[in-house]
Design a protein around this ligand. Sequence first.
Ligand SMILES: [Zn+2]
Length: 315
Amino acid sequence: MATTASRPWEEAEPGKIWRGWWQIGAAGVPAVPVLAARGARDGPTLVVTGGVHGDEYEGPAAVHALFAGLEPARLRGRVLGVPVANMAAWQARARVTPADGGNLNRVFPGDRGMEGPTRALAEAIFEGLVRLADALVDLHSGGAALVHLPLIGWYAGDDGRAERLARGFGAALHPWLIPDARGVLSYEAQRAGKVALGAEWHGGARLDPDGAAAYTAGLRSVLRGLEMIDGEASEVQHVDARRPIAGDYQETPVGGLFVPSVLLAERVAAGQALGTLYDEVGVVVAEVPSAREGIVAGLPHLALLHAGDRVAYVG
Ligand SMILES: [Zn+2]
């Protein structure tokens, strides 16, 4: 498999798929796996990313499956896939980059704050790939720490195009108005003028085959929505009219063993108990009230929480 310091996807031959490793040339950053399909005909550029966090697996599997099913001869435009954006984190089976503790999804477009390999990687991916995009889909999961309700989202600043693609992504994912957050790949792509979507699917550092399949089908619906491929008769266009889950994560100020009293997808009132934190002799450390009214869209998978950990997503 090719390893390159150049960017062959910029000049790829029409009708071909390129797979290889991109050496970004920064100290301590392993080569980035890249898949690039250039259609026989002109059209938009879609960038699909997975593995921005190194302990999330449905996204990488879906990027692989999408490319396995792409027919460049019938494609309009270009699809660029980065199945594993943070290879150092992936190799460590960790959310963040081991060398500098950096969360790649907080430092895009690469000029924000921290130095070191995570920042260099963010800049390379944003400048080398995302800048080429008309549209971006960034695929996540809850990782080792969390389990999410499946979500497909867009941002409040969207002009309607990302929302339309998200609502057509697939019935298994709930529409989601993603909270604005600087440094997050999809948010920064949206700010850079791209049609930007973000997705979540379960978590617990497992690979749910239903999630990989739903992501793959959703990506094909995005390709149809961008008129980059023609739909097969079997691919029915779904439109999800549900009110999007909004809200945000909430963190716990204290640690403990978290025993939830709600389930994913349950509707809760503001102040309603989400669960209880216990110490090791069974004393209640804290009750965890919901910060807002809404649907429970994320809960811990790793049940022993530290102060500052995410304890829920309600929106
Ligand atoms: Zn993630």
